[in-house]
Design a protein around this ligand. Structure first.
Ligand code: TYD
Ligand code: MG
Length: 455
């Protein structure tokens, strides 16, 4: 029996149920429902002072609103993903797997911003002050005037932020905070929501930009950052493949800028280094390009990025052939395989297929279809693509190669890196100053690869 006031909150999606169940009815996660006591009755809390009745005042759409001033933190890749710096009074959520480098990134951001004159604080609920200090020293930022604190009590943090004025405050992490107005444990949906709500209000009322760290967990033992995404102004995620030093900062939601922007970093001994030219990073420039490799001329946010797709098509040892993909969508791979099979006569149904995006980047653009298809056909036919060729184009189910956005910037970036040819949609011909091979149909591309006819 549920106790009075008890509800069951899914630690993964945040849905609240009145009865316990083994599987969350909302997100279908298993063992994610945890009993939580609701907040104390409203009488225990003073009504907000700002909720006094005021007349509703309309403004014209055409009235002028000055653009928000921004804090340039000095970490350019971070600033760009935020939309050109951090907006004062905004709340940003930075999500990512434990160990990916969130604390490292934000300590660097706070330290660099402080060196540029911003008043910054870094509040850690996970590490002692000495640990944070040692890390800053290792990164060569030991002298930055950042104020440090180790604290998990929400009340102490909010009192501290009311006493002293800051421009930028990092809270690491939202899941370690606890509010004494709620009985649920730290990391529960109730606590995470309460802490985020209070900190977002504080950010707005004090004009301080607050960055909240949120660990993403698959186990659902602590509430995921998803439960507070709607409260904050911007949601960023920090990603990286295991075994690669590269880290990608991606904007998932941004009230003050574009959301498809990425920042690229490389994790080293002295923290995260910004990578200004990601194309050079994701390309395998050493030696010949083997059969199965195709260089995709992509666009990530506002920047063109070149990255290698690598495919291996091999005889299958089992009845059910394997399909494995890293860095690309497996549904999209299935689609491209089906089109290659049905429209181009390439028989892949009984073979194992592996597809990799080099360097640990995750590609989501449909324009990558043709690069994946070219890599797969190149491996299946054992014919390498020309060394100096880039590929892009969307593929339709009927086997057409569709035009994609920003073809000129793609070609320009490729030319800058020494590529001399491009394989893509027919509309591409004449768009850039290199030898372009436009094709209306995928089957023409496959035929060219098989015959190695490029001139
Ligand atoms: P951290 O920022 O603590 O990750 P998160 O806050 O997302 O959990 O980063 C942890 C990893 O980064 C850890 O495995 C060590 C590595 N690291 C470096 O390689 N170089 C460095 O200079 C630092 C500070 C961390
Ligand atoms: Mg951390």
């Amino acid at each position: 029996m549920a106790r009075d006031g008890a509800v069951y909150a899914c630690q993964s999606c945040g849905a609240v149920q009145t009865k316990w169940a083994g599987q969350c009815p909302a997100c279908a996660g298993w063992n994610t429902l945890v009993e939580e006591l609701q907040a104390r009755p409203p009488g225990a809390m003073a009504p907000s002072k700002t909720s006094k009745m005021r007349g509703l005042a309309f403004e014209g759409l055409a009235d002028q609103t000055p653009a928000p001033p921004r804090i340039a933190t000095g970490v350019d890749e971070f600033d760009r993903v935020c939309g050109g710096g951090v907006v004062p009074g905004s709340a940003i959520l930075l999500g990512g797997d434990p160990g990916v480098g969130k604390s490292t990134l934000l300590l660097q951001v706070a330290a660099q911003a402080a060196l540029r004159g911003a008043r910054c604080a870094y509040i850690s609920g996970e590490e002692a002050v000495e640990q944070v200090r040692a890390r800053a020293q290792r990164m060569g930022l030991g002298d930055a005037p950042v104020k440090l604190a180790a604290e998990t009590a929400l009340r102490a943090i909010s009192d501290g932020l009311k006493r002293e004025a800051f421009d930028l405050v990092v809270i690491d992490s939202i899941q370690t905070l606890w509010s004494d107005a709620h009985e649920a444990g730290p990391g529960s949906v109730t606590q995470v929501r309460a802490a985020a709500g209070e900190l977002v209000r504080l950010a707005k009322s004090r004009g301080v930009a607050i960055v909240l760290v949120g660990h993403v967990t698959k186990e659902g033992t602590i509430a995921g950052p998803r439960v507070i995404e709607h409260m904050v102004d911007a949601v960023l995620s920090f990603e990286g493949e295991r075994g690669y030093p590269f880290r990608i900062l991606r904007g998932a939601k941004n009230r003050f800028g574009a959301t498809d922007e990425i920042g690229v970093f490389e994790m080293g001994d002295a923290g995260l280094a910004e990578v200004k030219n990601p194309s050079a990073l994701f390309l395998n420039t050493s030696g010949e390009r083997a059969a199965g490799a195709a260089v995709f001329a992509g666009i990530e946010g506002s920047r063109p990025v070149l990255v290698e797709f690598q495919a291996l098509v091999a005889p299958s040892a089992y009845g059910t052939p394997r399909r494995a993909v890293v860095g690309w969508d497996s549904g999209r791979l299935a689609m491209v395989l089906a089109v290659l099979e049905a429209r181009c006569g390439l028989s892949l149904g009984d073979r194992d297929v592996y597809l990799n995006v080099a360097g640990g980047l995750r590609i989501t653009e449909p324009a990558a279809d043709l690069a994946a298809a070219a890599a797969l056909a190149s491996s299946a036919l054992d014919q390498a693509l020309p060394q100096d060729c880039v590929v892009f184009g969307e593929i339709s189910l009927s086997g057409e190669v569709r035009s994609v956005s920003r073809m000129e910037s793609r070609l320009k970036e490729a030319a800058k890196l020494g590529f001399r040819r491009a394989l893509g949609p027919a509309e591409m011909d004449g768009a850039g100053a290199m030898a372009t091979t436009g094709a209306a149909r995928l089957t023409d591309v496959v035929r060219r690869i098989g015959d190695a006819s490029w001139d």
